[in-house]
Design a protein around this ligand. Structure first.
Ligand code: DC
Length: 224
């Protein structure tokens, strides 16, 4: 298979839009590889904190991004940094906020670019993030931008935390999400926005299964 023939399904959107969950299901159903690009920014933020590197030191943070020793488990549920499973540690709100700051540094985005592209392998890739269709895989076969209102996303996040036995404050989560959206959309490099040619899908009133079905239907028959 020629590199240019490997299909990419680019799924972008804000956190809480459901893209992580549906991307994983889609990758599994199609038997394709999966790129959780947000995890790479989260891992960079996590490691920077561990090494006490301040986020204003762009060159030092980019160096960390370029030298992460990361391994994803085959089921995409485990994320290992230097052999340690850090999946839970990087999924916290605090790490997400730091990741959003790290993600606004152009040198960091640069350092992660080739690595993200290397996830594209036969038979295909489901790529989940903010700039998958616009910057990382501009030639993706299918591009989708999932959206949902801030209210619904905050409620989903609140329910997730509750299910994990971690308490949370709905108002604080709401404000956090709004702040992160603003930062991710307003940055000068690779801002979060629908890619040219992306299909917009509002998931406010849709179940995960319905979203997956709608996305499956976007794939040309020749691909599946
Ligand atoms: O999808 P997530 O919540 O795990 O992403 C964490 C942060 O990383 C998010 O606030 C923005 C940033 N990010 C990005 O800028 N570009 C991507 N392709 C993925 C994530």
């Amino acid at each position: 298979m020629l590199e240019s023939d490997i299909p990419v399904f680019a799924i972008d959107g804000p956190s809480g839009s459901g893209k992580g969950t549906v991307s994983r299901i889609l990758a599994k159903r199609l038997g394709w590889h999966y790129l959780d690009s947000g995890a790479l920014y989260r891992l960079t933020a996590y490691e920077a904190e561990k090494q006490a590197v301040v986020l204003s030191d762009e060159a030092a943070v980019a160096k960390i991004a370029g030298s992460l020793d990361v391994h994803f488990s085959a089921d995409n549920e485990g994320v290992f940094l230097a052999g340690e499973n850090v999946n839970d540690a990087i999924r916290t709100e605090a790490c997400g906020n730091r990741a959003s700051k790290v993600a606004s540094l152009p040198a960091v985005r640069d350092a992660l670019l080739d690595w993200q592209r290397a996830f594209k392998k036969p038979p295909g890739l489901v790529a989940d993030g903010r700039d998958m269709g616009s910057v990382v895989f501009p030639h993706a076969k299918v591009k989708v931008f999932l959206t949902a209102s801030v209210e619904i996303r905050a409620e989903r996040r609140y329910a997730q935390l509750k299910a994990k036995g971690i308490g949370g404050n709905l108002d604080a989560i709401f404000n956090d999400i709004r702040e992160r959206d603003l930062r991710d959309s307003a940055r000068s490099v690779a801002p979060m926005k629908p890619a040219k040619g992306a299909v917009l899908l509002d998931t406010d009133k849709l179940s995960i299964e319905t979203v997956v079905e709608k996305l499956m239907n976007l794939l040309p028959d020749s691909t599946v």
